[in-house]
Design a protein. Structure first.
Length: 342
């Protein structure tokens, strides 16, 4: 079952539960922080941008997890096979970060010792700026990127948990054209709109303590036409809808269930060996060859985060709603598995 939300509605009722579970193609449910009832220390709000092409990528995060703020900058070089991630934390922001209630408006900025990150949404353009002293080998990093041409439709999901007052509200916007640059010391990484694309992961929610999720995404061109996909599962009760969706020339095409098949070796996930992806409706069948694993594991007391965001190349077929087949060959994207306890 894939239940679509087709009209503007309040996201939460007076008890802090979702008024309607399902998916939408626009940010129709209205988020009101004042209606959250699952506990102020459990509320998580974040804006995450990924900008990439076939050779390199940049990821920026501003997150307010109530008791902990997490600001992150990642630079990945696929040609040379390295990545650097710096993630300063802030203590007890408790919503003071000021993340907006919708993805299409509002500015947000954070700063700390030796760094700053700023996102601005202005009309049809999104501006991403960042600076960090001593990002790599003592060299400073600077970012200035503009994202434009956001498609009319995106992936929006409203997922409940079994626990009252807990919910997951998320939007993924794929296939935004990226223009700008990242400088690291004397090196410059230039993003040009003909081959560079941005993705927004915009999320608000109150989660249960222990979750493992899977997420995959890609944005690029298929025979010269903007094409992207969002696949994933693991959060809450997904019986109303999955978050699996294709995007072709600005239009969203809903998929059913997609499974990640991560190879195993020695009783553990072997993230850098080839993966496969299959779907119950036969509309997303892919091979995936990893290029780089952005791995990080943090464990402090009762808090744990073990993440593997694996970038690589997708080859296979995706089927649009009308039956049209998109054939992909070495299409750059990523797939991840993350376990969180917090």
């Amino acid at each position: 079952m894939q239940h679509e939300i087709t009209r503007p509605i309040p996201l939460l009722d007076e008890r802090g539960n979702l008024t309607e579970a399902g998916y939408a193609k626009r940010l129709l449910p209205v988020y009101d922080r004042a209606k959250v009832r699952g506990g102020v220390t459990r509320l998580k709000e974040w804006d995450y941008y990924l900008v990439m092409n076939d050779r390199f990528a940049l990821a920026l995060t501003i997150a307010d997890n109530s008791y902990m703020g997490l600001d992150s900058i990642s630079l990945l070089d696929f040609d040379e096979g390295w990545q650097v991630t710096r993630s300063p934390m802030r203590i007890l922001p408790m919503g003071k970060t000021g993340l907006p209630a919708a993805s299409d408006r509002g500015d947000v900025g954070v700063s700390g010792k030796g760094y700053g990150i700023f996102f601005r949404v202005s009309g049809e353009k999104r501006l991403l700026c960042a600076h960090m002293d001593k990002f790599q080998n003592g060299e400073a990093l600077d970012v200035q990127i503009a994202l434009t041409d956001a498609p009319e439709e995106s992936m929006v999901i409203c997922t409940p948990f079994q626990k009252p007052g807990h919910f997951y509200y998320n939007q993924k916007i794929n296939c935004m054209r990226a223009t700008g640059r990242v400088t690291l010391g004397e090196r410059t990484y230039s993003f040009r709109p003909e081959h560079s694309f941005g993705t927004l992961d915009w999320g608000r929610g109150v989660w249960t303590y222990h979750n493992t999720w899977y997420w995959g995404s890609g944005s690029g061109l298929a025979d010269g036409v903007p094409f992207g996909f969002n696949i994933g599962y693991g959060f809450g009760d997904t019986s109303a809808a999955s978050e699996n969706m294709l995007f072709y020339d600005g239009t969203a095409h809903k998929l059913s269930q997609v499974a990640f098949h991560i190879p195993r070796r020695g009783g553990r996930d072997d993230f850098m060996s080839p993966w496969t992806f299959t779907s119950d409706d036969g509309r997303f069948e892919m091979d995936f060859v990893p290029v780089l694993d952005r791995a990080a594991c943090t464990s402090v007391g009762v808090i744990k985060s073990d993440q593997h965001q694996v970038f690589g190349k997708f080859t296979g077929r995706a089927v649009l709603d009308g039956g049209g087949v998109i054939e992909l060959k070495d299409f750059m994207g990523f797939a991840e598995k993350v376990e969180n306890k917090w």
